[in-house]
Design a protein around this ligand. Structure first.
Ligand SMILES: [Cu+2]
Length: 161
């Protein structure tokens, strides 16, 4: 723990001198889907705060670890889908038990009311991408907002503390 802290302050100092040397904590993100030819045209009701049985989800986002420390966080995102393109978005949330505003006609989370901090759009199957964000303490929703995917279970929540 002491080692981690001293590394963190050293990293911060280095960062002030040379932004390119910024050291981040890393969260491994895996985008998963087993939809096959499943129907995504109607919302499947597996969104955050909807208290659905998530074992029914055929799409998901796995984050490891799910808790990290404040500062620069690098999300290493891998799309393990066999054929679908996914995206990866990060939004700050206040209450993970509250359902998000949803645009039924587009079958997507309505991002107007969301504090979105960053996104990687269009990650092809079997490809990886990275996103680096400076995160303060709080809870963050990680999700895919390709039509139908969020309601199919493609989200998770991480905590920064
Ligand atoms: Cu997706």
């Amino acid at each position: 723990m002491i080692l981690t802290k001293s590394l963190a302050s050293a990293a911060l100092f280095t960062c002030l001198l040379a932004p390119a040397a910024l050291a981040e904590t890393v969260i491994k993100i895996t985008l998963i889907d087993k939809m096959g030819s499943g129907d995504l045209s109607k919302p499947l009701g597996l969104g955050m705060g909807m208290h659905a049985d998530m074992s029914l989800a055929k799409m998901g986002i796995a984050a490891n670890p799910k808790t990290t420390t404040p500062g620069a966080v690098r999300f290493d995102v891998t799309n393990l889908a066999s054929s679908l393109v996914h995206e990866f978005e990060v939004a700050r949330i206040t209450d993970e038990n509250q359902a998000l505003p949803y645009d039924q006609s587009r079958n997507k989370v309505d991002e107007q009311g969301l504090q979105t901090l960053g996104a990687v759009s269009e990650i092809m199957p079997n490809k990886s991408a990275a996103l680096i964000l400076d995160l303060s303490p709080g809870k963050y929703l990680l999700f895919c907002n390709v039509s139908g995917h969020y309601m199919a279970g493609m989200w998770t929540v991480i905590e920064v503390k």
